[in-house]
Design a protein around this ligand. Structure first.
Ligand code: GUN
Length: 294
């Protein structure tokens, strides 16, 4: 699926990964540095297992070193903290990623806070979240970073445009709103959520729509302005008997309904998803190069 209306995350992410691979080769040849990424996976969540596998594969492809610690579903919090400490101290490791969600007996915030923020390639540590808020150099969370990169590389004008973000999560909604406010992007940003009174009033005014709420077909054609850009962040599994797996993956946007009216749209799958991994690799390379001015 590729034309100038569709924002093709698969090909844009492939291009970014090519750039990273070349830079990594150069870094390794000239300075002997191999970017290193450590994964911690707790439990057997199938989606989490798949994400960690894909991220590990990307490391192999790009010439990174990676290591995965797989812990039991019932592993105590102390065990997760033990591995974080170990990776914090290991100078072969430039990035640490604890796959979320964690089992409910583990305090997610405590875990994120334990990661050295200089190795927090997820951008979830309060140091990085705070620095993003005040416009200081830091690691940007990978999905929001990927969204902004999709807009840039698809030639979407952002300066002075109305961006409406639907969803206020710490992983997507809040950080993407902050990225869109930055001085090199300059959007006017609104954030809508479950208590927003009249969502349509906001979305009809949007030049750029970022939809990240986890509800299939939430955004429909009657809610959008002619010519707007739509970024669909949803990953929803819906039953589909024609598929071997018994399900198919759809986003939060009624793609067929919105396609004619919008100016540009990112599909699911093949939009934001592949960008998240590419930006994780980008953050890890930046970390290995010591590029972020903390
Ligand atoms: N779970 C869902 N998205 C993410 C992500 O970007 N990073 C981590 N660590 N866990 C996630």
């Amino acid at each position: 699926m590729s034309n100038n209306k569709i924002i093709d995350g698969k090909s844009i992410s492939a291009q970014i990964k090519d750039e990273i691979k070349l830079e990594t080769q150069k870094l390794t040849e000239t300075q002997g540095i191999i970017p290193g990424l450590a994964f911690i996976l707790v439990g057997e969540n199938p989606a989490s297992q798949m994400y960690v596998r894909s991220k590990g594969k990307a490391c192999e492809e790009l010439g990174f070193y990676s290591i995965t610690e797989r812990l039991d579903e019932n592993a105590p919090e102390e065990e997760v903290l033990f591995f974080i400490k170990k990776f914090n101290q290991n100078n072969k490791i430039h990035g640490i990623l604890v796959q979320l969600p964690l089992p409910s007996h583990i305090n997610e915030f405590k875990i994120i806070e334990a990661i050295d923020f200089r190795k927090d390639v997820d951008g979830f540590h309060p140091q990085n979240a705070g620095r993003l808020l005040i416009g200081k150099d830091c690691f940007y969370p990978c999905t929001p970073y990927g969204i902004v990169e999709l807009l840039k590389r698809s030639g979407v004008e952002t300066k002075g445009k109305n961006a409406v973000v639907i969803g206020r999560s710490n992983i997507v909604g809040k950080p993407v709103a902050n990225l869109l406010l930055k001085k090199d992007i300059n959007c006017t940003v609104s954030v809508c959520h479950s208590f927003t009174k009249d969502i349509k009033e906001h979305t009809l005014n949007a030049d750029i729509l970022i939809v990240a709420i986890g509800k299939p077909n939430f955004l429909t054609a009657d809610m959008i302005k002619e010519g707007c850009t739509i970024i669909d962040v949803g990953i929803n599994r819906i039953p589909d008997n024609t598929k071997k797996t018994g399900y198919r993956t759809v986003g939060d946007v009624d793609f067929e309904g919105c396609y004619e009216k919008c100016g540009k749209i990112s599909p699911v799958p093949g939009g934001v998803g592949p960008m998240t991994i590419a930006m994780l690799m980008n953050n890890t390379l930046k970390s290995a190069k010591g590029e972020i001015q903390f």
